[in-house]
Design a protein around this ligand. Structure first.
Ligand SMILES: C[S@@+](CC[C@H](N)C(=O)[O-])C[C@H]1O[C@@H](n2cnc3c(N)ncnc32)[C@H](O)[C@@H]1O
Length: 229
């Protein structure tokens, strides 16, 4: 059978920021490979074969965090839920290095890190394999002509829907009112029902770097919970 054709996927965010500290370079060199969820990148998995989540997490539920930034939330969830396997995706390598520093402190063993684009991860996740997904402070893309770059568009929501189990929770946090608008417009038609929305965070919430920045700058967090139909 011939390999699937690699789709063209623009990534508009940052892949690398300021200089990495030597300690962070060490985490990337020494720790990242052992935390790999398996073959995700196109160059190592051109057939787009599914990851074996049974092997990865011993049959436990699997959760997914999209764009974990510095990793505050994903490490908190991993430490609080040892019976769940969590995959975090983040293409910004400085953020990945920050999370690796936290993993050393927390010594969790149920977290796997993909240092890349979640769309490539979606390709290799089995259908109906994820029981909870987090999208926390996604890039806002404030200009109207950039709204199609937002995560809450069919390019991302369709594969997200495919990999979520029926009844799975999909959490979105944002400080941008127009992002709330687009989330409410686009997520339900993609096969989700709105469960709650408002200013109260989830009981198991821990604030992220971007939320702290938003609060400092006077913006108000908004939390939305959807369920996959
Ligand atoms: C505004 S930051 C928020 C980071 C973190 N969730 C927080 O609350 O502090 C958005 C993050 O999403 C990541 N991101 C953007 N597009 C992505 C994609 N296609 N796949 C995975 N992560 C992505 C960016 O690299 C960035 O780190």
């Amino acid at each position: 059978m011939s390999n699937p054709i690699r789709p063209h996927r623009n990534f508009y965010g940052r892949l690398k920021g300021k200089h990495l500290k030597d300690s962070q370079k060490g985490y990337l060199e020494e720790d990242l490979a052992a935390l790999s969820p398996g073959a995700v990148d196109w160059n190592v998995n051109p057939e787009r074969e599914n990851l074996d989540l049974e092997v990865l997490f011993g049959g436990n539920d699997t959760w997914l965090e999209v764009g974990f930034g510095g990793g505050e939330h994903v490490i908190h969830q991993a430490a609080s839920n040892p019976d769940v396997g969590i995959i975090g995706c983040e293409p910004y390598i400085n953020g990945v290095a920050m999370l690796l520093g936290k993993v050393r402190q927390a010594s969790v063993d149920n977290l796997r890190i993909y240092p890349g684009d979640v769309r490539d991860m979606f390709d290799v996740l089995p259908d109906a394999s994820i029981s909870k997904a987090f999208l926390l402070y996604p890039d806002p893309w404030p200009k109207a002509r950039h709204h199609r770059r937002r995560f809450v568009t069919p390019e991302h929501l369709e594969p997200l829907r495919r990999v979520l189990k029926t009844g799975a929770e999909f959490r979105v946090a944002t400080d941008i009112p127009d992002y709330v608008r687009q989330t409410l417009e686009e997520v339900p038609p993609a096969g989700f029902e709105l469960v709650t929305q408002g200013g109260d965070a989830w009981d198991d919430w821990i604030s992220t770097r971007y939320e702290q920045k938003a609060l400092r700058e006077g913006r108000t967090p908004h939390y939305l919970t959807f369920r996959k139909l």
